[in-house]
Design a protein. Structure first.
Length: 300
């Protein structure tokens, strides 16, 4: 049989325990793999995204990560980054004891990574691209049918925020309304394309866990399971909330969001935001990860 074998991991990011969080594939040594091979591996693993660790191209960087869905490459993704660093520490390639801060390259630009040990668990915190705010002159009545809810349930502004992918963000009046939202791929795709966005991050200012600030869902027009935890989406969400003066009114904020309950994979995403200027923010996201599987996969 032709082809070579490479190691891979499946890591559930933003998880407190096994079978929670958001699964991502990781290939910790993708040196020499072609674009078509990476895409084939991502298609075979059939997870939302798979991260491929490549040698850095720029001086001062520790690694370079490329992100693939089963269909295409993405410039950056949050939960696969956490999964990637959990796998790299498991392989002994990096350790918290040696150094806690690292620099990775992505197609969205350089990204600072901080490794933290909390209660004997590895916690990965990462910088996000500075948010860009996109005008979306929409009312609840304009998007209610797209999301399958009553327009009266939409109680917070509809805005676009780009922290690497581009998210349409708005808030609803309750978790009950949030759970009624339907993921209708084609109408959502057309709505997002209209404003140059990729997906939606919808929230309610209540949570099932008293340790969390709010509940959120990532509504994406791609095929497959709804994303149980979206780091980039939550980064965009906190920037939105700070800029709108909703819940987080200080210039330095820490948001703890719960997500994934609708698909039976509860997740907890930490997001930090700091105001730099009037409408400029420095964003970080973070969370833990649980290794669910590891093995070898054939490439050719």
């Amino acid at each position: 049989m032709q082809g070579s074998m490479v190691n891979f991991y499946v890591v559930n990011s933003f998880a407190k325990q096994a079978f929670g969080g958001n699964p991502a594939g990781v290939v910790p040594d993708a040196a020499g793999l072609s674009d078509s091979q990476m895409l084939a591996v991502a298609k075979q693993l059939n997870l939302v995204e798979t991260a491929f660790v490549c040698p850095p191209e720029k001086k001062g960087s520790d690694i370079r990560i490329r992100y693939f869905t089963p269909n295409k490459e993405l410039p950056i993704a949050g939960h696969p980054t956490i999964a990637c660093w959990v796998a790299l520490v498991e392989e002994g390639k990096f350790t918290v004891e040696h150094r806690s801060r690292y620099l990775q390259e992505t197609k969205a630009g350089p990204q600072e990574i901080e490794l933290i040990t909390k209660n004997d668990a590895l916690f990965v915190r990462m910088a996000q691209p500075e948010p860009k705010f996109i005008k979306t002159p929409l009312f609840g009545s304009d998007i209610a049918d797209t999301f399958g809810i009553d327009s009266k349930a939409i109680v917070h502004p509809i805005r676009g925020v780009d922290t690497g992918l581009g998210h349409l963000i708005f808030g609803v009046d309750s978790i009950e309304s949030l759970m009624k939202i339907r993921r209708q791929k084609e109408p959502l795709k057309k709505l997002c394309e209209r404003f140059g966005l990729a997906e939606a991050q919808v929230f309610a200012l209540e949570a099932t866990d008293d340790n969390c600030d709010l509940h959120t869902r990532n509504i994406c027009p791609r095929e497959g399971l709804e994303d149980p935890a979206c780091g980039v989406g939550n980064s965009a969400l906190l920037a939105y909330l700070m800029d709108c003066g909703i819940r987080f009114t200080d210039d330095d904020a820490h948001m703890v969001a719960e997500q994934g309950h609708v698909v039976g994979m509860p997740s907890v995403i930490h997001t930090w935001g700091k105001r730099i200027d009037k409408d400029r923010y420095s964003m970080h996201i973070g969370g833990a990860g649980v290794i669910m599987a590891k093995g070898r996969i054939r490439v050719q």
